[in-house]
Design a protein around this ligand. Structure first.
Ligand SMILES: [Zn+2]
Length: 441
């Protein structure tokens, strides 16, 4: 996937400054481990916990990000594995998150101290051994001083990442461990320390808000505003277990996602059985040999629904995935709750988001990934390939801007002889035409 953006950049070379680099970030919400998930993942034959099937549908999306970042809302404290209220999840899940494509996990949340000092320490050690970058909790103040704020250099873009939680469910954080608290003096101090390292962007991941409320509360607004005032560009929230809106202010180069909802959990009630995958592209534009400016170029979201099938297996399904309908066809109740989640979320976000629309990442990815596959079986109609299956182009959709990007990408990159590209190009032309007549969502 990475090369896609290299090609894209060559297309945009004429539009933008010659030397522009892009960092595509993906944020997901609460990664949880309830008892039902633990029981479901256990394979009695191998005596191991298996999660590959859970993430198989979102994996191509996660891997399309340059940096995929989530909130680890359970401890890796070892056996006995247990869900709510004091979580300790299987080690295998950490390795599967890495395998799925997650690069960074935030560990400061209200469950960080669930298994006391051992839980905090072992979570840190296990993430280290899974080679997942993490921040938010620390073994002691020296470890914090040495590793915080977290600085990540990727694609020539340097980001500072901070993470705080409103609390730890009344469990005192055991000495000398640290779970970063939302403390305005501390946050100010840390953002200043981040600025001293001259990052291109500052990201703050905040675990806050009212559970099951679909709008941010006053506390969330106050803390986010503080972060922006001090110099952050991105504030990403988690904890309410439901989706709250995303607001992008291009003129200020700031974006806040109030709550991404659940990424994976066994919370089944309405609004809680899915969450957001939020895409944010950062563009670093070099104006001359010494100066550069980094902007939030665009932001969009995918919805992901947590499907528990009749065998009680958990499958995380991107709502735009062309195969979802057929997966759910034999399960009318699942199809109903899935449809409800998709329409509830879309309606809410259309109404309350600011400059953030649903993504076209999935089909862009399908186009690029499958660009050298043979023509689909029905060349009379239009279809595109995804995992060796042809899907009708009607399942594609795009904002005008995104359709233009893909169009230019394909024109630049592909010879006319590739029939799949021709078909997709035709579909995009149709979509673009349609979009020209209707305003962007
Ligand atoms: Zn929480």
């Amino acid at each position: 996937m990475r090369y896609m953006w290299l090609v894209a950049l060559s297309c945009w070379g004429e539009l933008f400054a010659q030397d522009t680099t892009r960092l595509r970030l993906l944020f997901v919400g609460d990664i949880m481990q309830h008892d039902a998930q633990i029981a479901s993942a256990f394979n009695a034959t191998t005596q191991r916990y298996e999660y590959a099937h859970t993430f198989q549908w979102v994996k191509p999306l996660v891997q399309a990000a340059d940096l995929a970042i989530g909130n680890l809302e359970f401890t890796l404290a070892g056996k006995p594995y247990k869900g709510y209220p004091q979580f300790s999840g299987p080690d295998e899940l950490a390795f599967e998150l890495k395998n799925t494509g997650f690069d960074v996990l935030a560990t400061a949340n209200n469950h960080s101290a669930d298994r006391y000092k051992k839980g905090i320490y072992r979570t840190i050690d296990l993430l280290d051994s899974a080679k997942i970058i993490h921040t938010g909790t620390f073994k002691d103040s020296l470890a914090r001083a040495n590793t915080y704020p977290l600085i990540i250099d990727k694609n020539g873009i340097r980001i500072a990442l901070l993470n705080y939680t409103y609390g730890t469910n009344g469990i005192p954080v055991p000495q000398p461990a640290i779970v970063n608290p939302i403390d305005t003096v501390l946050i100010k101090h840390d953002i200043q320390r981040a600025k001293d390292r001259h990052p291109d962007a500052i990201l703050v991941l905040l675990h806050f808000g009212d559970e099951y409320q679909r709008s941010p509360n006053r506390f969330q607004k106050r803390v986010a505003n503080l972060c922006f005032r001090e110099g952050a560009q991105l504030v990403i929230g988690s904890h309410p277990h439901v989706i709250q809106p995303i607001e992008f202010f291009p003129e200020k180069n700031q974006l806040v996602a109030w709550s991404l909802g659940n990424f994976i959990s066994n919370q089944r009630p309405r609004y809680r059985n899915g969450g957001l995958m939020l895409w944010v592209d950062l563009d670093k534009i070099r104006t001359d040999s010494v100066t550069s400016v980094t902007r939030i170029a665009n932001a969009s979201y995918d919805l992901a629904y947590v499907h528990v099938n009749k065998r009680k297996k958990f499958h995380l399904l991107p709502v735009t995935h062309p195969q979802v309908d057929s997966l759910l066809r034999t399960d009318s109740l699942a199809l109903k709750t899935y449809t409800e989640f998709a329409s509830d979320s879309r309606q809410w976000l259309r109404q309350h988001n600011r400059h953030v629309n649903e993504s076209t990442a999935l089909w862009m990815y399908a186009v690029i990934r499958r660009r050298d596959t043979p023509a689909p079986a029905n060349p009379a109609g239009c279809s595109f390939m995804w995992d060796d299956v042809a899907y009708p182009c009607e399942s594609l959709y795009a904002t005008r801007a995104e359709a233009e990007i893909v169009r230019s990408l394909i024109q630049q990159a592909e010879p006319d002889s590739n029939p799949v590209i021709q078909l997709v190009r035709a579909a995009i032309d149709r979509k673009t035409e349609h979009r020209l007549k209707t305003p962007d969502r």
